[in-house]
Ligand binder design. Structure first.
Ligand code: FES
Length: 123
């Protein structure tokens, strides 16, 4: 007997919002009104396509790539998407989540996304 199926994807969307006047940029900001709608758009898109049970959107705090915001991380795959818009979300859902192919042009540049640091190497 098999158990309840696992989700295929967890989509971590940074929802950090810095107060006005804060020098550091944040993924949700008043100066970028669209940034305030991206998470809701993501959830609605997954729902509309009927896949929200297997591609779960999760709101997170800062993912440490604030200069490239709005950002979201897709697991599995450790794929960091940057400078998001609603239009980019649509393509990512269609091509990556449904189609299984990473949208390379929206992925963070290598210079900002090196290899992971293994905790065992610094503990
Ligand atoms: S505020 Fe989103 S990555 Fe830091």
């Amino acid at each position: 007997m098999s158990g309840i199926p696992q989700p295929a994807f967890y989509i971590f969307k940074c929802q950090q919002s810095a107060p006005p006047g804060m020098p550091k940029p944040s993924c949700v900001s008043q100066s970028n009104p669209e940034s305030q709608e991206i998470f809701q758009h993501l959830g609605q898109t997954l729902m509309r396509k009927g896949i929200i049970a297997t591609a779960i959107p999760i709101q997170t705090g800062c993912l440490s790539r604030c200069q490239q915001g709005p950002v979201m991380l897709i697991e599995p795959g450790h794929t960091m998407y940057v400078n998001l818009t609603k239009e980019k979300i649509d393509r990512i859902v269609d091509e990556h989540i449904i189609g299984g192919k990473v949208v390379q042009e929206y992925v963070i540049a290598d210079e900002f996304w090196g290899e992971p640091i293994e905790p065992s190497s610094i503990a």
